[in-house]
Design a protein around this ligand. Structure first.
Ligand code: NAD
Length: 315
């Protein structure tokens, strides 16, 4: 097993929303970054979009004035972007077909010690890396949008991924300011989107059955659960929600949660009619506001939250 002693150079494959956010993190950490996207328009705008991300961080005092884009460049081919780099972050479309084709291209071009992380949101690596020559060096390295503002990263090996590479990827992610966690074995949706999915599935069910408006369901999270969740996870939360701690909470409320789970034993697809109704409701709620304005406002709120959380001790 060979692996890079330190990860100094990174190839970014796919320069959409997530790819450029990753590139922002890599550039800010001083790595050499080569970027490729199959779409020429995405290549053309890549450095400007990177610059916009950095500018927002700079305006908020989170980035040194001196940061320059000198160590980032856009390549004309995937091969150029990944040949000779220590690490590749793949962030192309979320389909098995596209991930398979792009992973094969990466596989053919990388050096013998290069590690590869896929941003896949839920497709496990085993679905698209099985036949690769270097398959033991391919992992899922799944971020949250936008990764340059939200630090958690899920590292998920395929059954054939070499476990000894996990500490290297974990350290690299920590070194560049992310907060890695390891999913010990493959599962569709990994941990993050399984948790998010549980909430979303219940939100759609409650909404489509007429229990509350989309705005009020959003409010329940925004002004309720989400306030605590930005500081602690579900286990730590319930440990403080009963005088005797987590076991006391389980004794008091597990029967209710079990009964709720039993009532949802027959999962339904998100109904088309409910999706349409929610779309209309959200369009009315945000009428007159550009999507880009809402994204910028979200990013500014995230930055305020990050500042507020600075120094939070989690142990
Ligand atoms: N958007 C999110 O909230 C989010 C969060 C975490 C992870 N992800 C994952 O990140 C990945 C990228 O998602 P995104 O939101 O950035 O999508 P996106 O559509 O913004 O970007 C995908 C990019 O991949 C490029 N691409 C497509 N085929 C390619 C190829 N063969 N070679 C090179 N580039 C190619 C496209 O041109 C596009 O620029 C997906 O796997 C997605 O599930 C997304």
């Amino acid at each position: 097993m060979t692996q890079p002693a330190t990860i100094r150079s990174v190839g970014v494959v796919g320069a959409g929303l997530i790819g450029i956010s990753w590139a922002t993190i890599f550039v800010l950490s001083g790595r050499d970054v080569s970027i490729f996207d199959a779409n020429p328009d995405q290549r053309k705008t890549a450095l400007d979009r990177l610059q916009t991300n950095i500018a927002l961080l700079r305006e908020n005092g989170l980035v040194d004035e001196a940061i320059a884009l000198g160590n980032a460049h856009v390549c004309g081919s995937l091969e150029d972007a990944v040949t000779g780099v220590d690490y590749v972050q793949e962030s192309v479309l979320e389909t098995v077909e596209v991930k398979s084709a792009v992973s094969q291209e990466i596989d053919r071009a990388i050096a013998s010690e290069t590690l590869v992380g896929s941003s896949s949101s839920g497709i496990p690596a085993s679905a698209f890396t099985k036949d690769l020559v270097n398959r033991e060096r391919f992992f899922i390295v799944h971020p949250v949008n936008p990764p340059h503002l939200i630090p958690v990263v899920e590292i998920v090996p395929a059954p054939w991924s070499e476990g000894d590479h996990i500490p290297t990827i974990r350290k690299f992610m920590s070194d560049i300011g992310q907060e890695p966690m390891v999913v010990e074995k493959e599962i569709e949706g990994f941990v993050l989107n399984r948790l998010q999915g549980a909430l979303l599935n219940e939100a759609w069910a409650l909404y489509s059955e007429g229990y509350a408006s989309a705005d009020d369901i959003d409010r329940t999270v925004r002004a309720g659960l989400g306030l605590r969740w930005s500081l602690m996870g579900p286990f730590e939360t319930i440990d403080l929600n009963a005088p005797g701690g987590i076991a006391d909470y389980a004794e008091r409320l597990e029967p209710m949660y079990h009964s709720v789970a039993v009532s949802r034993r027959n999962p339904q697809h998100w109904p088309g009619s409910a999706i349409l109704k929610a779309k209309t409701e959200l369009e009315e709620r945000f009428s007159g506001q550009l999507r880009t304005e809402r994204e910028t406002r979200r990013d500014e709120w995230l930055l305020s939250l990050k500042r507020a959380k600075q120094g939070q001790k989690t142990g």
